[in-house]
Design a protein around this ligand. Structure first.
Ligand SMILES: [Zn+2]
Length: 125
């Protein structure tokens, strides 16, 4: 009886911890913004952490098309009619380390924000 109770308590603690971590993960969302540049100019900004469902949109310029898909916290190029497909092959990015670059179409997607300093600033506003 006692050991059974102990197991239940343990399970409850584990569950509580897991729930807490999930909540924490959601709370400390990093305020990530994906900026889409075309020829060096920002044409679109997406607040990745505020997306509740995936979005897709096309970037069309000079007959070129790149299709972008953004989900909560990450973004990628899902298709493009550029010759090298480097941008598509790069897959998802979820931080500012490496931007997605489509050289032939002069498109860059980079993620800004997500640092603790920026979080503090955003929290104060
Ligand atoms: Zn490309």
């Amino acid at each position: 009886m006692n050991s059974k109770k102990a197991v239940l308590v343990l399970a409850a603690i584990v569950l509580a911890c897991a729930a807490l971590m999930l909540i924490r993960g959601a709370m400390t969302s990093e305020n990530k913004i994906a900026a889409v540049y075309l020829d060096g100019k920002v044409i679109r900004e997406i607040e990745l952490d505020k997306l509740t469902e995936p979005i897709e949109f096309d970037i069309t310029e000079n007959g070129n098309t790149n299709r972008v898909r953004a989900e909560r916290g990450r973004i990628r190029m899902i298709s493009a009619d550029c010759p090298d497909k480097v941008c598509v092959n790069q897959g998802w990015i979820d931080n500012g380390a490496v931007p997605i670059v489509c050289l032939p179409h002069k498109i860059t997607i980079e993620i800004k924000g997500g640092s603790p300093e920026l979080d503090a600033v955003a929290g104060g506003v």
